[in-house]
Design a protein around this ligand. Sequence first.
Ligand code: NI
Length: 266
Amino acid sequence: MSIEDLLSQLQNDYLVLNPQVKTIQDLIEAKGETIVNDHIAFRTYNLPKVNIRVLAKTFIDLGYQPKDQYDFTEKKLNAQHFQHENEKLPKIFISELIVEKFSDKLQSIVKTIVDQIPEDLTKQWDFCASKRSWDISFEDYETLKKESEYAAWVSAFGFCANHFTIFVNELNQFESLQDLNNFLKDNDIKLNDSGGEIKGSPETYLEQSSSMAAEIEVKFTNGIKHIPSCYYEFARRYPLPNGNLFHGFIAKSADKIFESTQKKKT
Ligand code: NI
């Protein structure tokens, strides 16, 4: 087992969850670019069986270091990012829903989900890629969604990459994140415009944008439904005053990026 094996497993699953990712990669590669991944993001609940610590274990074992922690007060999430000394490896961003801050109903559905996960599975090296190991009804998914779109997303997809991120600094044909956004929009890719298309600025050392999650078929206990899956993120980083590139995250920007898995209100 190596980090490369895990990353390729995560990538293969991610391409299945959002076929549009391949379209975006092909469009960019057709311009002669090589895509570098800035970070991979995971979502989970803060229950001890599946929290950030549990998901992070494999990455720590593979040489990643815990870095900054983040609070998302409004969405009731904690997050932390992990970095490898080999800068060619993507950063790992893991967030968790603070379950006790929600209604008893939400807590009880989440508990039912987590109780179904085999204890052994959570100790496996590829637990973060184990997807969904529980059954859930579409009604429960919808109940979760009323309080937290994030809680519902985890209930439907489980443990897998929520998004990969193109590191825009490594692209040669796109001078700015805006250039990349324009190129994608010209090719009929829908971008998340919650809080403006570009979140962050050179002053915060990080600019991010993202596609809207594609809707795919998901099996619930009472049938198949179409729901938003994964999105693709684009990040451009800027040097800190000390000259080093900023490798952290900006909670205020990520807050809006989380909304890329929201169903578009029409
Ligand atoms: Ni991200």
